[in-house]
Design a protein around this ligand. Sequence first.
Ligand code: PLP
Ligand code: ZN
Length: 459
Amino acid sequence: MTAFQRCINPKCRSTFGITEVLHRCPTCGSLLDVDYEWDKVSVPKSLKYFEQLWSERSNPVRFSGVWRFHELLPFAPIDQCVTIGEGQTILQKNDAVASYVGKDAGSLFLQYEGLNPSGSFKDNGMAAGTTHGRLVGAKQAACASTGNTSASLALYCGVSKLMKSVVFVGSGKIAYGKLSQALDYGARTVQIRGDFDDAMQRVQEVSKKKGIYLLNSLNPFRLEGQKTIMFRVLEALRWEVPDWIVVPGGNLGNSSSFGKAFIELHMLGLIDKVPRLAVVNAAGADSLCRLYNDEGLRWNGGDIDTAKIDAFYAQMDQENRRADTIASAIEINRPVNLTKCLRALDFCNGVVRKVTDQEIIDAKAQVGANGFGCEPASAASVAGLKKLVEEGVIGKDERAVCILTGYQLKDPNATVAYHGNDRDFFESYLGKHGITEAQYANRPVVVDNDIEKILDVLN
Ligand SMILES: *Cc1c(COP(=O)(O)O)cnc(C)c1O
Ligand SMILES: [Zn+2]
């Protein structure tokens, strides 16, 4: 087999077969990668190769925006790959948002991953994750989720009928757009009286006890699918590597997979320039930002200062600090892919910033007013870019791509609370996250049911 699993710790590097179901390295406990004997797989000589595959669009696997790049994630035979039509996403040059963040016209691009079948980028990973589940004969798959992973898992299982899905969510924290998807798509939905971290803990215990295939962020196969977001960005830019990729950071799976994509493309000689990576935390869930900027934590050739991480979390627990942000998809204080993200930041000469919920919700309004819209977590990328331009870290003319991770209707409450006239709703939904203003609000006009008064309003 040319694909295998490998521990990311350079001191360990243990390898495991592709059909072994593991969550961490059994030898040292580090995260696992999917890796390949690249000299034994046929890798295209140029990324242009993938353009000719457009002519094979009648084949569902080649129509997929994930499996169209099968040669760069060849862990399963192509006829075994699961697809429901993911990855038909758009890279949009957006000059209005460029102006908002202080950038030159033509220099800002938005990558709309909300256009995926379940409305978030998670579908890229789920196509790959369920493919591996199928490979190992899984009958049931489970995840814990702040919402989008559960929606995606529920959809993939519901459509493909390959396995049953069980999703664990904390109670109260999940946006209704996302919860409604899990229910509608037929997942067994377990609402635990607790938060995301509690749900995460339980799903691991349960899947171990019942032999259920786990599709949370630790799953390295999911991250293989998410590499293709970068392949599509490059393709849309006619294979010209941009200067910056800006992405929100939650569990740090996406940033990790982007880094892996560029490490591999560079190693295979398919790109000669590596973009810089900016990972953006919410201020209320800023572990990466604190560890990277305040504590100076680095990949350091894989020799990560784990004592620093342990001390950080111990302090966090002691202060009883809990993640808290309107951007529920990144409301995570213990990102499971932290070490892989450090590797990505190292390779891509990355930076990390945090943005307030006020900055996030204003950026979201700007994306909505000038583009296809997005959910709050996605707008952290635009808010983060604005900050980095103000700081002079990102040049006005440098080409930057913001990843819009999820669709606008995922969290309609946030949008209606911002634009609407109901001050109580504003306070209860946004105010409690420290949001005080709605300077880009597009207020609905309330008017008596009277033709004259309605005409007056429109004058
Ligand atoms: C999952 C998710 C994120 C966070 O991505 P990570 O890979 O966990 O860092 C950001 N935005 C949205 C909409 C998501 O669903
Ligand atoms: Zn190991």
